[in-house]
Design a protein around this ligand. Structure first.
Ligand code: SAM
Length: 257
């Protein structure tokens, strides 16, 4: 539990009677069936509504009824298989027995693969439904080095400079403030630590103005350009931006300066 910190005073946390309790301000974060809950006290109604919808989706998310369909709808039909993409993200992290964080881990599709190469992987997501599925799937594969927590990317409950690598897949385009999210990930990443991301750029079918304008306006989904990503990364403390684009999907890595 040493990487966790209090969201309110940055104090150390100790596991006491079903809570992670702050040793400085005494705030208690509940641990619900092995998953600590760091959702902010002031999470607004719009976000709560979104979380509820994602909770409902969690039951089918990683089944043939959802993930492979959405992956190909956004990415295009001639992109690498899901398995190849999961492996590429793990390779980019170069985690080799280190400690990783999977941001917006969902049901843990990427987390589980990273766990096979890391000492420990932390997975955070704001949907408890997604985290419960991640917990179930990790158990099914007997992966006991995955630590899950409910938290928001904007307020990560981790100390500065504690992860050797961070992945964030299928989610950067959903964050309301991308620079804030990249900055927060940078804060918890060690110097020279790798960030590995899967998201979408304005290419192929997502390059059709009507489609990306609709996604941006009605679904608050960012459809990035490579230049946007590069400048957001440079402005939030990363260097060595390298990427590959497949259809509308981009896999990129960057290093904390
Ligand atoms: C499309 S899913 C991707 C899940 C997983 N990384 C994968 O690729 O299978 C997006 C995830 O981002 C999470 N998410 C979105 N905004 C978030 C935020 N601000 N903080 C934490 N999680 C967030 C959602 O709950 C959801 O599980």
């Amino acid at each position: 539990m040493t990487v966790f910190m209090c969201l309110y005073c940055k104090g150390d946390l100790k596991k006491i009677n079903g809570y992670l309790r702050c040793l400085d301000c005494d705030f208690k974060f509940p641990i619900i069936k092995d998953i600590p809950d760091f959702l902010q006290k002031d999470t607004g109604p719009e976000r709560k509504k979104m979380i509820k919808a994602i909770d409902r989706l969690s039951t089918i998310y990683e089944t043939p009824l959802w993930y492979p369909i959405i992956y190909h709808i956004y990415g295009g039909f001639f992109i690498p298989s899901v398995k190849e993409t999961v492996n590429s993200i793990t390779d980019m992290l170069e985690i080799d027995g280190g400690i990783a964080l999977d941001v917006a881990c969902g049901t843990g599709l990427y987390t589980r693969n990273i766990a096979k190469h890391a000492k420990e992987v932390y997975g955070i997501d704001f949907s408890m439904g997604m985290l419960r599925k991640a917990q179930e799937y990790a158990k099914r594969e007997s992966l006991d080095n995955i630590v899950l927590a409910r938290a928001e990317v904007e307020n990560l409950p981790f100390k500065n400079d504690c992860f050797d690598g961070i992945s964030c897949c299928g989610a950067l385009h959903l964050f309301s403030d991308v620079a804030e999210a990249l900055g927060e990930m940078n804060r918890v990443l060690k110097r020279d630590g790798k960030l590995a991301v899967m998201t979408f750029v304005r290419r192929r079918f997502l390059g059709i103005k009507r489609i990306y304008e609709h996604l941006e306006r009605d679904h608050h989904f960012h459809v990035f350009s490579v230049d946007d990503l590069q400048s957001d990364l440079e402005n939030t403390g990363y260097s060595d931006f390298k990427y590959n684009i497949y259809g509308s999907m981009i896999l990129f890595e960057a290093k904390k300066i």
